[in-house]
Design a protein around this ligand. Structure first.
Ligand SMILES: [Zn+2]
Length: 222
């Protein structure tokens, strides 16, 4: 069996989830940036990766709540659900074939991911920022979770109203853009190289003469 650069066995499933090479981050960031661009059309104060306000001794119900001073969410925007209200958006893309989701249906896998994020962020965003948490969770092949469907449906409605175009056209365009973004990322994960780029020799202490003599480059050039 071929080995990946991370010394795991390599196959299609592994290539889709392997963190080596940074393709997983590229996949996530592309969906995040596209979503932020669409939000910019209809919302104010759209920010990518905003840092959350530091905590002042608040206690949260769940042990898995993110209490870090450097905690961030993917995107924030004002005026998505209600005028002036801040909304936060968390984007996640998971591979339902990964061993973590063994024995779970696709619906249960989506729910698992949604509730993990809810426990991490919802209370903090509500209590400290008076904002809402919106989750857009996809599978690597483009399937959307129920909360993602509700979010993009609302976004399409707002864009249709602003652009004075049919919602069906906006939804088709949106689905197409998201599908191609995920497809491009899947190809990158499958075909992209995980090997580090070759290191070029530093020329500071290089002996220039000997390699030229050895390779007989000068005889070929003159
Ligand atoms: Zn790997």
């Amino acid at each position: 069996m071929l080995l990946c650069e991370c010394i795991c066995g390599n196959d299609v499933n592994h290539a889709i989830i392997c963190k080596q090479g940074g393709f997983i981050c590229i996949r996530h960031d592309e969906v995040r940036d596209l979503t932020a661009q669409m939000l910019e059309e209809v919302c104010k104060d759209v920010t990518i990766e905003p840092t959350l306000l530091p905590l002042g001794g608040e206690n949260f119900r769940y042990r898995t709540s993110n209490t870090s001073d450097k905690a961030r969410v993917d995107v924030s925007a004002r005026g998505f659900w209600a005028l002036g209200q801040l909304s936060f958006f968390g984007i996640q893309i998971f591979d339902p074939m990964a061993p973590y989701y063994n024995n779970l249906t696709i619906e249960a896998s989506h729910s698992l991911n949604e509730y993990e994020k809810i426990r991490m962020y919802k209370e903090r965003l509500q209590n400290v920022h008076q904002g809402s948490l919106n989750l857009t969770i996809f599978t690597t092949s483009g399937g959307m979770g129920p909360r993602a469907k509700a979010f993009y449906s609302r976004l399409a409605e707002m864009m249709a109203e602003k652009k004075q175009q049919p919602k069906s056209s906006i939804v088709s365009w949106m689905r197409c853009r998201l599908s191609f973004t995920l497809l491009r990322s899947a190809i990158l994960c499958l075909r992209g190289t995980r090997s580090p780029p070759p290191k070029s020799a530093h020329i500071q202490n290089l002996d220039f003469e000997q390699p030229v003599i050895d390779s007989r480059v000068n005889e070929r050039l003159y």
